[in-house]
Design a protein around this ligand. Structure first.
Ligand code: FES
Ligand code: FES
Length: 339
């Protein structure tokens, strides 16, 4: 099984790349790592104690980097022999992208795969995969925390250095006090685990659009009237301009980008096309996410329930006749597709 995740790290790509190549940082991110010794360029000998289901073992092995493209990413191979417990291997591909316009934050994307042999292979691939996902998640979460903490302490140093006094002295009387408002947000977005530090005042819609670049969720008013920002949060349609990202932490978000799960478009998307349920399309993502909530609720789908479901969504150009018909048509699709 291959699994993947994303971390948005409040540090430049250069800092993240340096961390990914720094043995001390890597060692601190590996749970149960007892030693991590350089044996070559991008190659380390490691000893790691780990529990995989009922099997506890001390793995001796290597971590090797390959396909290194500075500031862009690399491939990583970790192999460990646990003696009578068997052996394990994890391959991962790590990719870096600029996250913000000023390159002050970085998006780290990883995809990984784990394999085991010997006694470990007898405990079942499902359990092994669950443990591997947790280990990879813990590794990159810790990496994110270390990088963010490093940046914070650099900023703190700058703030308490000689230049800081000048800055404080220059502050106007009555100016708002500086606040340390970073909050850790971790949630599933369209089936992928996402974690990053955000200002605690960040709206969920801004987090999705700006930090995750999921711009299918629109902003039409910012005052909770138009519904263009509607997403599914923990199974319920919500206006993401009315929710803080930290309030959604720990939850599961589905945006219009994550609605279609099969090969083609979701039945609602198909029906909106077939019934001419859109013109400019600005309201469409929110309209579809509200309709999705109705179809998933199990409630009878008729004109009354459709109108109730989309009453918080404004369409400025198509009008509602075709939209209502599109939702009605979508409801005729197989229920298992809509579940
Ligand atoms: S942008 Fe959220 S309701 Fe309009
Ligand atoms: S299709 Fe243009 S606002 Fe609805």
């Amino acid at each position: 099984m291959e699994f993947s995740g994303t971390q948005v790290i409040a540090a430049s790509r250069a800092a993240v790349w340096a961390g990914l190549n720094d043995p001390e940082t890597l060692q601190r991110c590996i749970d149960g790592c007892e030693s991590f010794v350089t044996i070559g360029d991008g190659q380390w000998a490691a000893v790691v104690s780990a529990a995989i289901g009922p099997v506890k073992a001390r793995f001796k092995g290597t971590v090797t980097l390959s396909e290194r493209r500075p500031l862009l990413g690399y491939s990583l191979l970790g192999e460990g022999d646990g003696g009578i417990a068997g052996f394990g291997q994890m391959t991962a591909r790590v990719t870096l992208e600029d996250e913000s316009y000023d390159a002050s934050s970085t998006r780290l994307i990883y995809s990984a795969e784990a394999q085991v042999g010997g006694k470990l292979a007898q405990i079942g691939s499902r359990l092994v995969n669950t443990v591997a996902v947790k280990m990879a998640d813990a590794f990159f979460t810790r990496f994110n925390e270390l990088l963010t903490a490093g940046r914070r302490s650099a900023l703190d140093e700058a703030a308490t250095g000689p230049g800081a006094q000048t800055a404080h002295a220059a502050a106007q009387p009555g100016a708002a006090p500086q606040r340390d408002a970073a909050a850790n947000v971790q949630l599933q977005v369209n089936g992928r685990l996402v974690q990053c530090q955000v200002d605690d005042r960040t709206l969920l819609v801004d987090f999705l659009r700006r930090d995750l670049r999921l711009t299918g969720t629109h902003v039409g008013c910012d005052t909770s009237q138009c519904g263009a920002c509607t997403v599914r949060l923990d199974g319920v349609a919500v206006k993401s301009c009315t929710v803080l990202a930290v309030q959604a932490s720990g939850g599961e978000v589905v945006t219009i980008e994550g609605l279609a799960t099969g090969q083609g478009l979701h039945p609602l998307q198909q029906a909106f096309i077939a019934c001419h349920g859109l013109q400019c399309g600005f309201c469409t993502p929110g309209m579809i996410m509200s309709a999705d909530s109705l179809l998933r609720s199990g409630e009878a789908v008729d004109r009354r329930s459709i109108c109730a479901a989309i009453e918080g969504n404004i369409c400025r150009c198509t009008g509602y006749v075709n939209i209502i018909e599109a939702v009605r048509q979508a409801a005729l699709a197989a229920p298992e597709v809509l579940a």
